[in-house]
Write a protein that binds this ligand. Sequence first.
Ligand SMILES: Cc1cc2nc3c(=O)[nH]c(=O)nc-3n(C[C@H](O)[C@H](O)[C@H](O)COP(=O)(O)OP(=O)(O)OC[C@H]3O[C@@H](n4cnc5c(N)ncnc54)[C@H](O)[C@@H]3O)c2cc1C
Length: 421
Amino acid sequence: MPAYPDTWYARTLAETRDRPVLTGTVRGDCLVVGGGFAGLFAALGLARGGMRPVVIEAQAVGWGASGRNGGFVSAGFACGAAAIRARVGLVRAAELQALSAEGVGIMRATIRDLAIPGADPVPGILRMRRHEPGDDLRAEAEPGRRDYLDLAAIAAHLASDRYRHGLLDHDAFHIHPLNTLRGIAAEVERLGGQIFEGSPAQAIALDGPVKEVRTPHGRAEAGQIVLATGGYTGPLVPRLRRAMLPIATYVMLSEAAPELLATAIRTRAAVGDDRRAGDYYRLVAGGERLLWGGRITTRAADLPGITRQLRREMLTVYPQLAPLKTELAWSGLMAYARHLMPQIGALAPGAWHCTAFGGHGLNTTAIGGTVLAEAILGTSDRVEAFRPFGLDWAGGPAGLAAAQLTYWALQARDLWRERRG
Ligand SMILES: Cc1cc2nc3c(=O)[nH]c(=O)nc-3n(C[C@H](O)[C@H](O)[C@H](O)COP(=O)(O)OP(=O)(O)OC[C@H]3O[C@@H](n4cnc5c(N)ncnc54)[C@H](O)[C@@H]3O)c2cc1C
């Protein structure tokens, strides 16, 4: 049984096969360090293109953010559309938006085509607004694809007086991320790739024609390497570590209480509010339990304290859920670049990085890993779309302090807007 932190996802694994530790010397066509969605989508693309990837994972596939997240799959990036336009202009921003939507399609098609057991995709994400105005949401609506919800329509989905406007995105969906990832890992192996678990990369050689990774019990070498270590990136490649901030975020899971939950949430669509520092939630386990996420901190926070904050937040939206018990809570680390966009590119010839997907990683790792595999295979140069978002220094401890201050400022702004109505 793989060693995962105690999450609802780890408690509901569709299969529990362990993978080997790297011993001796292994050779492949491309090494992939990190077995999250970024690493495994790259490995999948490479294996489908005829290469033999060797994935080296410190713990178990999906042990990081990829196996602990909210499971929301929707278009877009952690960075807002306006900031992307300001940085790269209208044409490139539109290309990036299209890639992000393609990432949603890749995740959907992967689950469908591989018939991944326990991935449990459920259509629909509701984006809710707690304050006025809602004209921009009305303008975004496209009947049948994105439905605008007024107060009456909201009431059909959610029994809360918190929300003023909503948009139901039918293209978006939600999944069991850990089962999904394990299904992708199995496909990589079926196509001839190798995956090693319990094998932290401790030393790495990126220069020269042969890339090498050393782990406690073995070494691996190949002509190419992809670094995909996300929010768990250590000091192995200082330039990569300096370019990201690890940000913690939190999820709690309720007891099974279908009747009580039905007094609040009447939809199987997932729900998120569009505050910058917002909450997101969805019914899981066939509607029996509520999975609720939110909050970010820049250093490991005390989990019981954060869970109390999440519960308080949940009760401001649904006071009727006061008797609902929380059964479990967990946290995970996301990697954020200063520009809030993924960092996908080359550190040296044949040495690639694919990281910093922030809190919007399920579609972006799918497209990021895919375009990186295309670059390595030489079949496209679509990875160039990410070139404007380089490995800028993220600011170290001062960057973390600034991130926390920004989050608090955004929370204060959200509260002020809500109070105004
Ligand atoms: C609580 C939470 C909720 C979220 N909710 C959502 C959501 O609903 N929708 C969404 O789109 N995004 C969400 N995200 C963000 C999303 O999960 C991430 O952006 C995405 O999973 C990042 O994938 P990754 O492969 O880059 O990193 P990870 O999944 O963190 O994978 C990195 C892997 O690298 C391994 N590793 C690190 N160092 C080494 C080493 N030296 N040697 C070998 N292996 C190493 C780690 O063990 C880890 O398994 C959420 C994140 C969190 C934490």
